[in-house]
Structures are given as C-alpha cells and as structure tokens.
Design a protein around this ligand. Structure first.
Ligand SMILES: NC(=O)c1ccc[n+]([C@@H]2O[C@H](COP(=O)([O-])OP(=O)(O)OC[C@H]3O[C@@H](n4cnc5c(N)ncnc54)[C@H](O)[C@@H]3O)[C@@H](O)[C@H]2O)c1
Length: 337
C-alpha cells in the first residue's frame, strides 16, 4: 500500500503528541513541516528523532510536495486560512480542535471541503479514549432507560501563556469544546437551545472569560448542565471532567479517569428501591487520542469508513460552543434549531 504523504502545519506544544502518532505508522509518510518559527519546528523534530524538511511558506510547500494530507496544528485564529489553502492544493485535512474561530468560518470550511471533494476532519481526540467509548456504549445500549440529563464539571488551574491568554472565551472555545463534544458523543444528541453565562474569576490570569456555566436543551428533551473553569486552584478535575448521566432507569458516573459505573434502580418495593450495579465494559482500543483520530482519518481518506468527526459533524459541537458564547454576550437563551 502506498503511504499517504503528510505535511504538518504548526509544530507548537500539541505537535509533541502528533509526531509520535504519525511516525509509528508505516502507511503514512511525513514529507515536510511548515512552521512560522522554523527554530521551534527544528527543536521539536530533533526531540522526536524525526528527519524531515522544515518550511515557512505553506502554499509553496504544498505546490512542491503535493501531499495527500495536511495535518493542521496551528492556533485557532490561523486555522481557516490554513485549511482553505490545503483544500485549494487538493489535500485532505485533519485539524486540531477547534475547527474554526467562528461558526461562519466553520460552515465555510464544510462547504469548501464539499466543493473540493476532500475530507476535513477534526481531531476531537477525547472520543478515542476507552472510558469514553465505554460511556457512549452504555448510554447507547439503553441500560439507563430514557435519557433525562447529562451533567459535566471541569475545574482546572492551567497558567497558560500564548494564544489562550488572549482569547475572548478561552474556556468555551478552547477547552469546553472538548467537553461539549463529549456530551454530544455520549448522548448522540445535538443542541436545541442554549443559555450560558461566562465569568471573569477574581485573580484570573486570562484576559478573556475563563469560567462558564452552560445550560442546554438537547434533542429528545435531554438537559445538559455544564460548569467549567480554567481558574480553579485546588481539587482540580482531570481534563476529561467529571460526568453524571441520568436516565429513567438509573445513573452513569464517570470521573477521575476511573472506568464508568452504572447504577440502576433496584427491585425492592417501598420508599427507597435500592440499587443494582451493572457493568459498563471498557474496550481495548488499538489507537487512542491523537493516534486514534489519525487512524480514523487515514481509513476515511482510503475510503474504508466515513470520518467520524468530519467538519460537517463538528459544526454540531461548535453550534453549542458559539450559542453559549452568544447567550453569555446577550443574556438570553439562544435557539439553535
Ligand atoms: N487536543 C488537545 O487536547 C489539545 C491540546 C493543546 C492544544 N490543542 C490545539 O492545538 C492547536 C495548537 O495549540 P498549541 O498549544 O500547540 O499552540 P502553540 O502556540 O504552542 O503552537 C502553535 C504553533 O503554530 C505556529 N503557527 C501559527 N500560525 C501558523 C501558520 N499560519 N503557519 C505555520 N505555523 C503557524 C506557531 O508558530 C506555533 O509554533 C490549538 O488549536 C489548540 O486548541 C489541542
């Protein structure tokens, strides 16, 4: 099988997870890295023992190498231009989250991918986590009965500098995008309407709103309640957050990297019915996180399977994110569909 040729754009912090994911496969071939700061790319490649050319001009590099694939790891504000340039050069694109810095840009990329007959897929890497596949499997099995509500909490204290320190909504656009995508993945449901508030916590080291609460109505009348903060020292959650999913027959809990647990109502008569714990099997995945996204993308480019987090699908996640931002700005509930 001829390896797919890859150009990576952006060799910042997240690229340290991508270079091992790429170089462990023998069905892909990294032909060049494009970075605005070439010294950053050289240092990163040397660290990972990867020998490949470093370029600074994306269009010229694509013209020269004609790669099958561009992997876009740039900051969100630069993503739309990079993906547009890659599609114009005939490449399929796998990009980091968020797909775009605005909903209009995201929709434009969906249309551009369709026009170019190329795949644009977003690495929502937390979907390739065995515990998350277990949560999804348990909910989809119907064991919880009719879904009622999903609750998510994320509290952390990351002292980032760089682009996050300057964003208007670093929590909602750069981090909650993971959690709101997980809420869609876990339930299989999209937002109908969203009410949200954003906060500027006392002592925050971010310019923008680093905390938020989101209250959304999803399809089938399922309620989503999410609280998140980047400015929460002490008792931090992990980056996947803590989740409670309530159905008419019982509840699933998932927290702190432990496998999800399902408790159903027991069959005792009277005031308290008791509980019965049922298993939520955790699968073994051949590839996890970025490597999982890359594997799904390679199979999609080879025509073996549909891309699970295509740009078109990911618009559903960004609808939640941007409706939350619009609601926080206006103080009103935002209707999504
Ligand atoms: N999935 C995750 O868990 C996760 C974690 C961290 C970051 N990310 C995402 O990855 C992306 C990058 O984040 P990061 O932390 O690596 O940022 P970073 O600032 O460390 O790196 C970004 C790099 O892109 C380069 N760059 C910017 N514009 C460019 C352009 N037009 N052409 C070439 N290079 C360009 C910059 O010089 C920089 O080296 C963001 O979208 C971020 O949200 C995802």
């Amino acid at each position: 099988m001829t390896p797919l040729t890859i150009v990576v754009v952006g060799a910042g912090s997240i690229s340290q997870l991508w270079f091992p994911a790429i170089t462990q496969r023998d069905d892909v071939d990294l032909v060049a890295v494009v970075e605005r700061q070439p010294e950053v790319a050289h240092a990163r490649l040397e660290h990972h023992g990867v020998e490949t050319g470093v370029e600074t001009d994306l269009a010229a590099t694509l013209e020269r190498y004609r790669p099958d694939v561009v992997i876009d790891l740039v900051v969100p504000a630069a993503r739309h231009g990079v993906i547009r340039t890659a599609l114009a050069a005939g490449a399929h694109v796998l990009c980091e989250k968020p797909l775009a810095a605005t909903l209009d840009e995201a929709r434009d990329l969906v249309a551009a991918a369709s026009d170019a007959e190329r795949i644009v897929m977003v690495s929502q890497n937390r979907r390739w986590d065995p515990n998350h596949v277990a949560v999804r499997g348990a909910v989809a099995s119907g064991v919880l009965g009719d879904l009622v509500a999903i609750y998510g909490d994320f509290f952390s204290a990351a002292h980032f500098d760089g682009f996050r320190a300057e964003m208007d909504s670093p929590l909602l656009l750069d981090m909650a995008v993971h959690h709101l995508d997980l809420a869609r993945f876990f339930t299989g449901l999209d937002a109908v309407s969203v009410y949200a508030e954003e906060f500027f916590p006392h002592g925050s080291w971010y310019r923008g709103a680093a905390s938020a609460t989101v209250s959304a109505m999803l399809g089938d009348g399922v309620h989503l309640s999410y609280r998140g903060s980047w400015v929460a020292e002490g008792h931090q959650t992990d980056h996947n957050g803590r989740w409670r999913i309530v159905g008419s027959a019982g509840t699933l809990l998932y927290a702190d990297g432990a496998p999800p647990r399902v408790e159903l109502a027991g069959d005792r008569e009277g005031l308290v019915r008791g509980v019965a714990e049922v298993p939520a099997p955790v699968p073994v995945l051949p590839f996890v996180h970025q490597a999982g996204a890359l594997d799904a993308f390679v199979r999609a480019v080879r025509g073996e399977a549909a891309p699970p987090t295509s740009a078109a699908d990911n618009v559903g996640t960004l609808e939640l994110v941007f409706a939350a931002i619009a609601s926080a700005d206006s103080g009103r509930r935002v209707q999504v569909r």
